[in-house]
Design a protein around this ligand. Structure first.
Ligand code: ATP
Ligand code: MG
Length: 410
């Protein structure tokens, strides 16, 4: 894509109201636009990153048998009444013209439990799992952390249905493994922290926590074996011994990017969700629920991968692979390279402006954080070359124009 066609621009500074690093950098780069507190637009650059995160999530969810679907955001009051979750602070509630009451979906156990009742009759209909990637609404009291905590945000929520706790448990750990892969593919190393069950279950839930000073959670973790617990439930101590490997326990701030729950039968009881076993007796279905916030992952990436000049996207989620800069008005040569790279399937953002200074272009390249920067100038063309630099490194190298496309197209 040509930068001149991108409808957004980089900004030197944005409103000081947003002090979080992710909001500052993402807004300055033109990745997001803040519409109101905790409510953001994902602009074309930001949406490209989110789409890559979502695609990674899809691949790993599909790999464990998750089936993608889409549920309504407008969820009738009767669902929440059935599970006794109508009176929660975080729900946005509304009435339609006919006085029917709704809450905007902030989670979807209820909706899918009711749908599942139509299709689950016998043990042969189990297990299965289904997920969606959808906008969720939560009336968050604290919305000061940029896209880490939105009032409207994107969530991938997977729900699973099983005949017993054992089958749920097996799937639960498969999901945990899939989550680890998802975060690794996004460039993040998440700790799997034990946490209390909240209102769902007496067993531990597991949170996927990425160490960051911007995090609202604190976790005790062992860097040796990666055992971790959320501080809120923990009897561990900073500097203490890891109960698993004897290593040293450290206390750190962290961002919760994912959370998995063994729900048990709470929602199947509420929705009368039963199945008949091989012997003809009826049992409640056992459920699990598993969330990831792709928009929070976007913010986490910005918090974890930046320097004083701007963002540094990991390759797998970068909005573009290459930022191509034309200098000295070498338009014909730069246009040609742009077309060749595109034809080779390389995602290029082409800074084809002939009015901005080299310094301004380099500053943009750094702010946007695209992994590879290429520069075509009078100087590089003397060597029939283009200058290549990786974001985050200071080393540059000249690569022959005849070789660069094949190298980047690999
Ligand atoms: P938190 O404790 O941070 O409020 P939660 O435990 O209530 O989150 P879950 O209901 O477990 O969140 O949601 C699943 C995932 O959705 C979270 O792990 C997080 O990645 C994401 N998420 C939750 N709330 C928000 C939010 N307000 N803004 C952005 N992402 C969110
Ligand atoms: Mg959670």
């Amino acid at each position: 894509m040509k930068l001149s066609e991108l409808f957004t621009r980089t900004e030197k500074s944005v409103s000081q109201e947003d002090i979080s690093i992710n909001a500052q950098l993402l807004e300055r780069g033109g990745f997001i636009y803040k519409n109101s507190s905790g409510v953001y637009t994902y602009l074309p650059l930001g949406w490209r990153v989110i789409s890559k995160i979502n695609q990674i999530i899809r691949e790993e969810m599909n790999a464990i048998g998750g089936q993608e679907m889409l549920m309504p955001a407008l969820v009738s009051k009767r669902y929440w009444e059935a599970s006794d979750r109508w009176n929660v602070d975080i729900a946005y509630k509304l009435k339609d013209a006919g006085d029917h009451e709704f809450a905007l979906g902030w989670t979807h156990e209820e909706v899918l439990a009711e749908i599942a009742r139509r299709y689950i009759k016998s043990y042969k209909d189990l297990p299965f799992s289904a997920y969606q990637i959808q906008t969720k609404f939560r009336n968050e009291p604290r919305a000061k952390s940029g896209v880490l905590r939105g009032r409207e945000f994107i969530m991938k929520d997977l729900y699973s249905f099983h005949r017993d706790a054992e089958d749920l448990n097996k799937f639960y750990w498969q999901v945990a493994e899939a989550y680890t892969k998802i975060f690794q593919r996004c460039g993040l190393e998440a700790y799997i922290a034990e946490a209390s069950g909240g209102d769902f279950t007496k067993e531990y839930t597991h949170e996927f926590q990425v160490l960051s000073e911007a995090g609202e959670d604190s976790i005790f973790y062992c860097a040796e074996c990666r055992y971790a617990q959320n501080k809120e439930i923990s009897t561990l101590a900073n500097g203490g011994k890891c109960p698993k490997c004897g290593g040293k326990i450290v206390l750190g701030k962290a961002i919760e990017v994912g959370n998995i729950f063994r729900l048990g039968t709470r929602f199947s009881e509420a929705f009368d969700l039963n199945y008949v076993d091989e012997h003809g007796s009826s049992h409640l279905v056992v459920m699990g629920s598993y969330g990831i916030g792709p928009s929070r992952v976007l913010g986490t990436l910005a918090e974890v991968f930046h320097d004083d000049k701007g963002l540094l996207w990991p390759k797998a989620v970068a909005p573009f692979a290459v930022y191509l800069i034309m200098l000295d008005n070498k338009r014909a040569e730069a246009d040609k390279l742009f077309e060749q790279l595109r034809a080779a399937g390389v995602e290029v953002l082409y800074d084809n402006n002939d009015e901005r200074s080299a310094g301004e272009k380099f500053a943009d390249a750094d702010l946007l954080g695209i992994p590879t920067r290429l520069v075509i100038s009078a100087k590089t063309l003397k060597e029939n070359s283009v200058e290549r630099k990786a974001r985050g490194s200071t080393a540059t190298e000249l690569v022959k124009l005849t070789e660069i496309v094949a190298e980047l197209g690999k």
